[in-house]
Design a protein around this ligand. Sequence first.
Ligand SMILES: *Cc1c(COP(=O)(O)O)cnc(C)c1O
Length: 394
Amino acid sequence: METLTGIEAYGQSLEALADAGRLRRCRTVEPVPGEPWLVCRVDGRRAVNFCSNNYLGLTEDARLKEAAMAAVRKHGVGSGASRLVSGTSGLVLELETELARFKDAEAALVFNTGYQANVALIQGLVAAGDWLFLDKLNHASIVDGALLSGARWTRYRHLDWEHLARKLEKAPADGRKWIVTDSLFSMDGDLADLRVLCDLAERYGALILVDEAHATGVFGEERGSGLAEAQGVCRRIALQMGTFSKGLGGFGAYVAGPEVLIRVLINRARGLIYSTALPPAVVGAALAAVRVVRDDPSPRQKLWENVRYFKPRLDAVLARHGLSCPSESQILPVVLGDRVMAVCEALLARGYFVQGIRPPTVPEGTSRLRMTLSAAHTREQLDGLLSALDEVLA
Ligand SMILES: *Cc1c(COP(=O)(O)O)cnc(C)c1O
């Protein structure tokens, strides 16, 4: 093909990334017929998946699959329009009613993805003249929403409440104040203390938006709705956002909170207004997932059993190699620096698929191996990864 004028520089930018060890590519992951979902082929090589966010194994749950297929049979494969035109079906409203109850909130609103939800929420609720206080390690979609909102924004050191308090103290009294945080941090596996955050918000007249993407279905003894439930603060948090794409096994996102804020979002959130509503299969699966998580604690209990089995054994392996993993959850990162991709390859050669996460997803100098556990992992698979890791790190 003839070279288009002006694209050479893009090629050079890719070479620069490769030279810095930062070039990314998408690996092909395919199911192995007759095997459970976690056993896959990665670029043709058979491996056990230790990097998906399918924490509860719901991706292949028969109840979700049947709900998705029933929705297709009844409604077809597309929603036909955006929510405000003709894309709001009874199925979507049923999901929103169920979600509001699940999250102990007045109302809920479904979005197409977590990324879109965060951008749309922040842009829809916060404007020039307002203040945003973000954790330094918040998800990229939160940062993008902040940029798009035009609000004044500042980042406090990761989970450093003193630092946040000082920033709140110094902010002028004019304008609304929103604190935005992930509840379970996706690249570190650590948790926000939402009770402390609520105390601060109440003291300084701020509202809280919490992103429960990785905590939904994982935390919460009774309903499994997230860390806000587990820490007993659902009603003190203005907006609880989360996704159906991780623990809930499917796709899509939601926000739950006071009806007035949900109505403002319906009127102002551009990501909701100018995008076609989710297809019925996705909505059907999400509705089934919420019900499964609420009524059946066994996948959640199985996940935590796996975490309790694996974590101390991982700590012992890592200690032998002078490494550690300070996680408090099913997300288990080990900072390895520049050798991370070589370690990934060596693990894949031994039949374990674990991703390396590099900057700019994580801060400079903190490239890490990010292992994630699922309720569907067997003891044998967990033990296998531990011995492969021990071998590779040696
Ligand atoms: C994955 C993730 C998102 C984005 O959700 P998608 O549904 O994948 O777009 C948002 N916030 C956090 C904290 C996430 O980890």
